[in-house]
Ligand binder design. Structure first.
Ligand code: HEM
Length: 203
């Protein structure tokens, strides 16, 4: 048995049910650290940023599933839905941290941000694009839409990841490595998908 086959065998045995609970652990840990003053000098900014970063990382992981299967026969398909759903939950928590803790529901600065700050505008577009994906990530909607329409709709993920990475890059003043790495990873994933769709990679 090859290494990939062994890994697939191990992953096949892992049930996805507990992942729907485990996924909330990082958010709960950050919340606990926040309540117990363990998030440094600016706990709100730290919490807000960490939630955004988790969302982006989970989205990237969900998009990695297909290339890993196509290129390396690694079958992680059953983890794609929880990864995508948790990316959405984390974006919602990120938004709640922004609205409730950062802006304290003061609508004037919020509206100013949404209309004037490019990184917020990009974030809002990414979040809006995630809503139809989250709403259709259940068996009933998959059946209702049919596999062709469902797959077409879920290609939106290839827009959301670059938007999330651009949102991060636009908010930083200098050129730190992290958002640049996210942008490169997003470009690679979209590039791979584009090439595969055009039939140049026979995976
Ligand atoms: C309504 C939509 C959104 C709003 C209002 C929003 C707002 C913000 C704000 C205020 C920050 C922190 C800026 C700062 O500290 O100066 C931030 C950072 C960030 N956001 Fe968002 N965001 C939104 C959507 C998204 C989405 C859809 C993603 C990912 C897919 C995302 C990922 C991130 C990341 C990765 C960071 C930077 C984290 C870090 O510095 O480590 N955000 N966002």
């Amino acid at each position: 048995m090859t290494l990939v086959e062994s890994i697939n065998r191990i992953f096949r045995k892992i049930p996805t049910g507990p992942l729907y609970v485990l996924g909330f652990v990082p958010a709960a840990v950050y919340l606990y650290w926040g309540i117990t003053n363990q998030l440094g000098a600016d706990p709100v900014a730290r919490l807000e940023r960490q939630l955004g970063e988790w969302a982006l990382q989970l989205l990237i992981l969900s998009l990695l599933v297909t290339p890993l299967r196509n290129r390396f026969n690694l079958n992680l398909i059953k983890f794609r839905r929880p990864l995508g759903l948790f990316a959405f939950y984390y974006v919602v928590l990120h938004l709640l941290a922004y609205l409730l803790l950062d802006k304290q529901l003061e609508w004037e600065p919020i509206i100013k941000d949404i209309t004037k700050r490019p990184y917020i505008i990009v974030g809002v577009v990414a979040l809006l694009a995630m809503i139809p994906l989250a709403l259709t990530s259940n068996n009933w909607m998959i059946r209702k839409l049919g596999p062709v329409k469902w797959r077409r709709l879920h290609k939106l993920a290839y827009l959301i990841v670059p938007l999330g990475a651009a949102h991060y890059l636009l908010l930083v003043k200098a050129w730190p490595l992290e958002p640049i790495v996210y942008c490169l990873v997003a470009a690679l994933l979209v590039g791979y998908r584009f090439v595969t769709l055009r039939g140049r990679v026979f995976a």
